[in-house]
Design a protein around this ligand. Sequence first.
Ligand code: DAH
Length: 351
Amino acid sequence: MNKEEKIKQLNEEISIKLEKVDDLKMLNELKIEYLSKNGPVSQLSSFMKDLDNEEKKEYGKLLNELKNNINEKFETIKKKLEDEELNKKLESEKIDITLPSKKTVRGSEHPLNRTIEEIEDLFVSMGYEVVEGPELETDEFCFERLNLPKGHPARDMQDSFYITDEYVLRAQTSAVQARTMLKYGGTKPIKMICIGKTYRREDDATHSHQFNQVEGLVIDKKENKISLADLKGTLEVFMKKMLGENTQLRFRPSYFPFTEPSYEVDCTCFKCGGKGCNLCKQTGWIEVLGSGIVHPNVLRMNGYDPEVWGGFAFGTGIDRLAMFKYGIPDMRYLYTNDVRFLKQFDRKDID
Ligand code: DAH
Protein backbone atom coordinates (compact mmCIF):
# COMPACT_ATOMS: atom_id res chain seq x y z
CA MET A 1 0.00 0.00 0.00
CA ASN A 2 1.51 3.36 -0.99
CA LYS A 3 1.47 6.30 1.35
CA GLU A 4 -1.43 8.05 -0.43
CA GLU A 5 -3.53 4.97 0.10
CA LYS A 6 -2.42 4.88 3.73
CA ILE A 7 -3.70 8.43 4.20
CA LYS A 8 -7.05 7.46 2.72
CA GLN A 9 -7.25 4.34 4.85
CA LEU A 10 -6.35 6.22 8.02
CA ASN A 11 -9.01 8.81 7.25
CA GLU A 12 -11.62 6.08 6.82
CA GLU A 13 -10.48 4.25 9.94
CA ILE A 14 -10.77 7.36 12.06
CA SER A 15 -14.20 8.19 10.61
CA ILE A 16 -15.52 4.73 11.51
CA LYS A 17 -14.12 4.94 15.06
CA LEU A 18 -15.49 8.43 15.55
CA GLU A 19 -18.94 7.23 14.65
CA LYS A 20 -18.89 4.94 17.65
CA VAL A 21 -17.79 7.63 20.10
CA ASP A 22 -20.58 8.54 22.51
CA ASP A 23 -18.86 10.43 25.29
CA LEU A 24 -16.14 13.03 25.73
CA LYS A 25 -13.82 10.62 27.52
CA MET A 26 -13.78 8.22 24.57
CA LEU A 27 -13.23 11.11 22.19
CA ASN A 28 -10.28 12.29 24.18
CA GLU A 29 -8.73 8.83 24.20
CA LEU A 30 -9.13 8.58 20.45
CA LYS A 31 -7.53 11.97 19.99
CA ILE A 32 -4.50 10.89 21.98
CA GLU A 33 -4.31 7.63 20.06
CA TYR A 34 -4.26 9.24 16.61
CA LEU A 35 -2.86 12.72 17.06
CA SER A 36 -0.10 12.23 19.64
CA LYS A 37 3.59 12.49 18.69
CA ASN A 38 3.99 8.78 18.03
CA GLY A 39 0.53 8.32 16.56
CA PRO A 40 -0.22 7.22 12.97
CA VAL A 41 -0.63 10.73 11.63
CA SER A 42 2.84 11.73 12.81
CA GLN A 43 4.23 8.52 11.38
CA LEU A 44 2.83 9.44 7.95
CA SER A 45 4.66 12.79 8.18
CA SER A 46 7.96 10.98 8.62
CA PHE A 47 7.90 9.95 4.93
CA MET A 48 8.37 13.60 3.90
CA LYS A 49 12.11 13.59 4.39
CA ASP A 50 12.60 10.96 1.57
CA LEU A 51 10.60 12.89 -1.05
CA ASP A 52 11.78 15.37 -3.65
CA ASN A 53 10.40 18.87 -3.71
CA GLU A 54 7.53 18.26 -6.13
CA GLU A 55 6.41 15.15 -4.27
CA LYS A 56 6.73 16.94 -0.91
CA LYS A 57 4.27 19.56 -2.15
CA GLU A 58 1.73 16.96 -3.26
CA TYR A 59 2.13 14.75 -0.22
CA GLY A 60 2.25 17.68 2.20
CA LYS A 61 -1.05 18.90 0.78
CA LEU A 62 -2.65 15.48 1.27
CA LEU A 63 -1.29 15.25 4.81
CA ASN A 64 -2.60 18.73 5.68
CA GLU A 65 -5.99 17.83 4.29
CA LEU A 66 -5.99 14.70 6.45
CA LYS A 67 -5.02 16.63 9.59
CA ASN A 68 -7.59 19.38 8.95
CA ASN A 69 -10.22 16.78 8.21
CA ILE A 70 -9.50 14.86 11.40
CA ASN A 71 -9.38 18.02 13.56
CA GLU A 72 -12.64 19.25 12.09
CA LYS A 73 -14.35 15.92 12.78
CA PHE A 74 -13.03 15.87 16.34
CA GLU A 75 -14.25 19.42 16.91
CA THR A 76 -17.69 18.72 15.46
CA ILE A 77 -18.18 15.64 17.58
CA LYS A 78 -16.79 17.38 20.66
CA LYS A 79 -19.29 20.21 20.23
CA LYS A 80 -22.13 17.74 19.72
CA LEU A 81 -21.22 15.73 22.84
CA GLU A 82 -20.84 18.86 24.95
CA ASP A 83 -24.24 20.12 23.84
CA GLU A 84 -25.78 16.77 24.68
CA GLU A 85 -24.19 16.78 28.10
CA LEU A 86 -25.37 20.31 28.82
CA ASN A 87 -28.91 19.49 27.73
CA LYS A 88 -28.94 16.42 29.92
CA LYS A 89 -27.80 18.52 32.87
CA LEU A 90 -30.36 21.22 32.18
CA GLU A 91 -33.08 18.62 31.92
CA SER A 92 -32.14 16.98 35.21
CA GLU A 93 -31.85 20.28 37.05
CA LYS A 94 -35.00 21.78 35.67
CA ILE A 95 -37.24 23.46 38.25
CA ASP A 96 -40.92 23.18 37.63
CA ILE A 97 -42.04 26.70 38.40
CA THR A 98 -45.66 25.77 37.77
CA LEU A 99 -45.70 23.71 40.99
CA PRO A 100 -47.77 25.51 43.63
CA SER A 101 -45.59 26.49 46.61
CA LYS A 102 -46.28 25.50 50.19
CA LYS A 103 -48.42 28.13 51.89
CA THR A 104 -46.56 30.00 54.60
CA VAL A 105 -48.74 30.90 57.53
CA ARG A 106 -48.42 34.58 58.27
CA GLY A 107 -48.54 35.38 61.95
CA SER A 108 -49.89 38.52 63.53
CA GLU A 109 -48.37 40.89 66.02
CA HIS A 110 -49.26 40.00 69.60
CA PRO A 111 -51.74 42.49 71.11
CA LEU A 112 -49.31 43.14 73.96
CA ASN A 113 -46.44 43.94 71.65
CA ARG A 114 -48.69 46.16 69.60
CA THR A 115 -49.69 48.07 72.73
CA ILE A 116 -46.06 48.32 73.87
CA GLU A 117 -44.96 49.71 70.52
CA GLU A 118 -47.74 52.25 70.54
CA ILE A 119 -46.72 53.45 74.02
CA GLU A 120 -43.05 53.66 73.04
CA ASP A 121 -43.86 55.60 69.86
CA LEU A 122 -45.98 58.06 71.79
CA PHE A 123 -43.41 58.76 74.50
CA VAL A 124 -40.48 58.90 72.09
CA SER A 125 -42.46 61.51 70.14
CA MET A 126 -42.66 63.54 73.39
CA GLY A 127 -38.88 63.38 73.85
CA TYR A 128 -38.65 60.49 76.33
CA GLU A 129 -35.83 58.00 76.37
CA VAL A 130 -36.74 54.27 76.51
CA VAL A 131 -34.63 52.50 79.15
CA GLU A 132 -34.44 48.94 80.45
CA GLY A 133 -33.70 47.26 83.73
CA PRO A 134 -33.21 43.70 85.00
CA GLU A 135 -36.17 41.41 85.71
CA LEU A 136 -34.24 39.69 88.49
CA GLU A 137 -33.84 42.67 90.77
CA THR A 138 -32.34 43.30 94.16
CA ASP A 139 -34.45 44.14 97.19
CA GLU A 140 -32.45 47.35 97.35
CA PHE A 141 -33.56 48.64 93.95
CA CYS A 142 -37.04 47.15 93.93
CA PHE A 143 -37.96 48.57 97.35
CA GLU A 144 -35.32 50.16 99.57
CA ARG A 145 -34.19 52.88 97.19
CA LEU A 146 -37.86 53.68 96.54
CA ASN A 147 -38.45 54.64 100.16
CA LEU A 148 -39.65 51.16 101.13
CA PRO A 149 -37.19 49.91 103.74
CA LYS A 150 -37.28 46.28 104.87
CA GLY A 151 -40.37 45.65 107.00
CA HIS A 152 -42.29 48.61 105.53
CA PRO A 153 -46.02 47.77 105.56
CA ALA A 154 -46.51 49.08 102.02
CA ARG A 155 -44.47 46.14 100.76
CA ASP A 156 -47.65 44.14 101.25
CA MET A 157 -49.13 45.95 98.23
CA GLN A 158 -46.92 43.71 96.10
CA ASP A 159 -46.85 40.03 96.93
CA SER A 160 -43.44 39.35 95.49
CA PHE A 161 -41.48 36.32 94.37
CA TYR A 162 -38.29 36.28 96.41
CA ILE A 163 -35.44 34.15 95.06
CA THR A 164 -33.21 34.79 98.09
CA ASP A 165 -33.47 37.39 100.86
CA GLU A 166 -31.77 39.87 98.56
CA TYR A 167 -33.03 38.89 95.09
CA VAL A 168 -36.59 39.26 93.89
CA LEU A 169 -38.36 38.99 90.54
CA ARG A 170 -39.14 42.67 90.19
CA ALA A 171 -42.64 43.44 91.38
CA GLN A 172 -42.67 46.86 89.72
CA THR A 173 -40.75 48.68 87.01
CA SER A 174 -40.36 51.51 89.54
CA ALA A 175 -37.04 49.81 90.33
CA VAL A 176 -35.73 51.34 87.09
CA GLN A 177 -36.42 54.83 88.48
CA ALA A 178 -33.64 54.31 91.03
CA ARG A 179 -31.32 52.73 88.47
CA THR A 180 -31.80 55.61 86.04
CA MET A 181 -31.26 58.29 88.67
CA LEU A 182 -27.99 56.67 89.74
CA LYS A 183 -26.90 56.32 86.13
CA TYR A 184 -27.57 60.00 85.48
CA GLY A 185 -25.51 60.84 88.54
CA GLY A 186 -27.68 63.55 90.08
CA THR A 187 -26.58 66.16 87.61
CA LYS A 188 -28.73 65.73 84.53
CA PRO A 189 -32.48 66.02 83.91
CA ILE A 190 -34.31 62.74 83.21
CA LYS A 191 -37.22 61.99 80.90
CA MET A 192 -37.62 58.26 80.57
CA ILE A 193 -40.04 55.41 80.24
CA CYS A 194 -39.25 51.81 81.01
CA ILE A 195 -41.39 48.95 79.74
CA GLY A 196 -40.90 45.43 80.94
CA LYS A 197 -42.08 42.30 82.67
CA THR A 198 -43.01 42.33 86.34
CA TYR A 199 -43.99 39.48 88.65
CA ARG A 200 -46.39 39.07 91.56
CA ARG A 201 -48.12 36.21 93.29
CA GLU A 202 -51.51 36.80 91.69
CA ASP A 203 -53.48 34.76 89.19
CA ASP A 204 -57.09 35.37 88.14
CA ALA A 205 -59.05 36.79 85.21
CA THR A 206 -57.63 40.29 85.67
CA HIS A 207 -54.23 39.41 87.18
CA SER A 208 -51.41 37.21 85.98
CA HIS A 209 -48.31 36.23 87.96
CA GLN A 210 -46.33 37.72 85.09
CA PHE A 211 -47.43 40.98 83.56
CA ASN A 212 -45.98 44.10 81.98
CA GLN A 213 -45.67 47.61 83.28
CA VAL A 214 -44.66 50.94 81.89
CA GLU A 215 -42.90 53.30 84.25
CA GLY A 216 -42.39 56.99 83.54
CA LEU A 217 -40.02 59.37 85.29
CA VAL A 218 -39.42 63.05 84.63
CA ILE A 219 -36.86 64.96 86.73
CA ASP A 220 -35.69 68.49 86.14
CA LYS A 221 -34.28 71.46 88.05
CA LYS A 222 -36.86 73.01 90.39
CA GLU A 223 -36.51 76.33 88.56
CA ASN A 224 -38.11 74.65 85.53
CA LYS A 225 -41.22 74.03 87.63
CA ILE A 226 -42.25 70.50 86.70
CA SER A 227 -45.63 70.27 88.38
CA LEU A 228 -48.76 68.18 88.80
CA ALA A 229 -50.15 70.05 85.79
CA ASP A 230 -47.40 68.47 83.64
CA LEU A 231 -48.18 65.05 85.08
CA LYS A 232 -51.90 65.51 84.37
CA GLY A 233 -51.27 66.71 80.84
CA THR A 234 -48.90 63.86 80.10
CA LEU A 235 -51.26 61.19 81.44
CA GLU A 236 -54.17 62.70 79.57
CA VAL A 237 -52.30 62.48 76.27
CA PHE A 238 -51.24 58.93 77.16
CA MET A 239 -54.69 57.64 78.07
CA LYS A 240 -56.50 59.36 75.20
CA LYS A 241 -54.05 57.78 72.81
CA MET A 242 -54.60 54.36 74.36
CA LEU A 243 -58.33 54.37 75.03
CA GLY A 244 -59.79 57.01 72.72
CA GLU A 245 -60.05 60.78 72.45
CA ASN A 246 -63.22 61.00 74.56
CA THR A 247 -61.52 59.47 77.59
CA GLN A 248 -61.71 61.64 80.73
CA LEU A 249 -59.29 61.32 83.66
CA ARG A 250 -59.94 61.53 87.39
CA PHE A 251 -57.14 61.96 89.92
CA ARG A 252 -57.78 60.41 93.35
CA PRO A 253 -55.41 61.07 96.24
CA SER A 254 -53.66 57.85 97.15
CA TYR A 255 -50.52 56.52 98.75
CA PHE A 256 -47.30 55.25 97.20
CA PRO A 257 -44.11 55.35 99.24
CA PHE A 258 -42.07 56.79 96.34
CA THR A 259 -44.32 59.75 95.54
CA GLU A 260 -45.75 62.60 97.61
CA PRO A 261 -48.44 63.59 96.88
CA SER A 262 -49.61 60.39 95.19
CA TYR A 263 -52.56 59.83 92.91
CA GLU A 264 -54.45 56.98 91.50
CA VAL A 265 -55.84 57.82 88.12
CA ASP A 266 -59.16 56.58 86.80
CA CYS A 267 -60.43 56.77 83.23
CA THR A 268 -64.01 57.07 82.12
CA CYS A 269 -65.19 53.56 81.33
CA PHE A 270 -64.51 53.01 77.63
CA LYS A 271 -67.38 50.52 77.46
CA CYS A 272 -70.24 52.71 78.71
CA GLY A 273 -68.54 56.09 78.26
CA GLY A 274 -69.01 56.87 81.97
CA LYS A 275 -72.71 56.03 82.32
CA GLY A 276 -72.10 52.93 84.44
CA CYS A 277 -72.03 49.29 83.37
CA ASN A 278 -70.92 45.86 84.56
CA LEU A 279 -67.29 46.48 83.56
CA CYS A 280 -66.92 49.62 85.69
CA LYS A 281 -69.21 48.20 88.40
CA GLN A 282 -71.73 50.96 87.68
CA THR A 283 -69.26 53.69 88.71
CA GLY A 284 -68.44 54.97 85.23
CA TRP A 285 -64.71 54.92 86.12
CA ILE A 286 -61.91 52.39 85.77
CA GLU A 287 -58.66 52.62 87.72
CA VAL A 288 -55.68 52.64 85.37
CA LEU A 289 -52.60 54.30 86.83
CA GLY A 290 -50.48 55.13 89.86
CA SER A 291 -48.61 58.42 89.86
CA GLY A 292 -47.34 61.35 91.83
CA ILE A 293 -44.58 63.83 92.55
CA VAL A 294 -41.28 62.08 93.23
CA HIS A 295 -40.66 61.80 96.99
CA PRO A 296 -37.66 63.82 98.28
CA ASN A 297 -36.31 60.69 100.00
CA VAL A 298 -36.20 58.85 96.67
CA LEU A 299 -34.36 61.73 95.02
CA ARG A 300 -31.88 61.94 97.88
CA MET A 301 -31.26 58.19 98.09
CA ASN A 302 -30.49 58.06 94.40
CA GLY A 303 -28.16 61.00 94.15
CA TYR A 304 -30.49 63.93 93.33
CA ASP A 305 -30.63 66.88 95.74
CA PRO A 306 -34.36 67.44 96.47
CA GLU A 307 -33.64 71.14 97.11
CA VAL A 308 -32.53 71.48 93.50
CA TRP A 309 -34.36 68.76 91.58
CA GLY A 310 -37.95 67.57 91.34
CA GLY A 311 -40.38 65.84 89.03
CA PHE A 312 -43.13 63.30 88.59
CA ALA A 313 -43.49 59.57 88.08
CA PHE A 314 -46.20 57.21 86.96
CA GLY A 315 -46.67 53.51 86.41
CA THR A 316 -49.32 51.28 84.93
CA GLY A 317 -49.98 47.71 83.82
CA ILE A 318 -49.82 47.29 80.07
CA ASP A 319 -51.75 44.02 80.05
CA ARG A 320 -54.77 45.76 81.54
CA LEU A 321 -54.47 48.55 78.99
CA ALA A 322 -54.32 45.98 76.16
CA MET A 323 -57.39 44.26 77.62
CA PHE A 324 -59.32 47.54 77.70
CA LYS A 325 -58.11 48.55 74.27
CA TYR A 326 -59.03 45.31 72.56
CA GLY A 327 -61.92 44.17 74.77
CA ILE A 328 -60.11 41.06 76.02
CA PRO A 329 -62.11 39.57 78.90
CA ASP A 330 -59.39 37.45 80.56
CA MET A 331 -55.75 38.46 81.03
CA ARG A 332 -54.62 34.84 80.79
CA TYR A 333 -55.56 34.80 77.08
CA LEU A 334 -52.54 37.03 76.52
CA TYR A 335 -50.22 34.27 77.69
CA THR A 336 -51.77 30.99 76.59
CA ASN A 337 -50.57 31.43 73.01
CA ASP A 338 -53.77 30.14 71.44
CA VAL A 339 -53.55 30.86 67.71
CA ARG A 340 -57.35 31.16 67.40
CA PHE A 341 -57.22 34.05 69.86
CA LEU A 342 -54.13 35.70 68.43
CA LYS A 343 -55.41 35.49 64.85
CA GLN A 344 -58.09 38.02 65.69
CA PHE A 345 -55.38 40.67 65.87
CA ASP A 346 -54.14 40.03 62.36
CA ARG A 347 -54.69 43.51 61.03
CA LYS A 348 -53.92 43.55 57.33
CA ASP A 349 -53.14 47.27 57.31
CA ILE A 350 -50.01 46.79 59.40
CA ASP A 351 -46.98 45.28 57.77
N1 DAH B 1 -45.21 50.82 90.98
C1 DAH B 1 -46.61 51.02 91.27
C2 DAH B 1 -47.31 49.68 91.22
O1 DAH B 1 -46.81 48.77 90.65
C3 DAH B 1 -47.24 51.95 90.29
C4 DAH B 1 -46.74 53.33 90.44
C5 DAH B 1 -47.37 54.24 91.31
C6 DAH B 1 -45.65 53.78 89.77
C7 DAH B 1 -46.93 55.51 91.45
C8 DAH B 1 -45.18 55.07 89.92
C9 DAH B 1 -45.85 55.94 90.78
O2 DAH B 1 -44.13 55.53 89.27
O3 DAH B 1 -45.41 57.21 90.91
O4 DAH B 1 -48.37 49.56 91.76
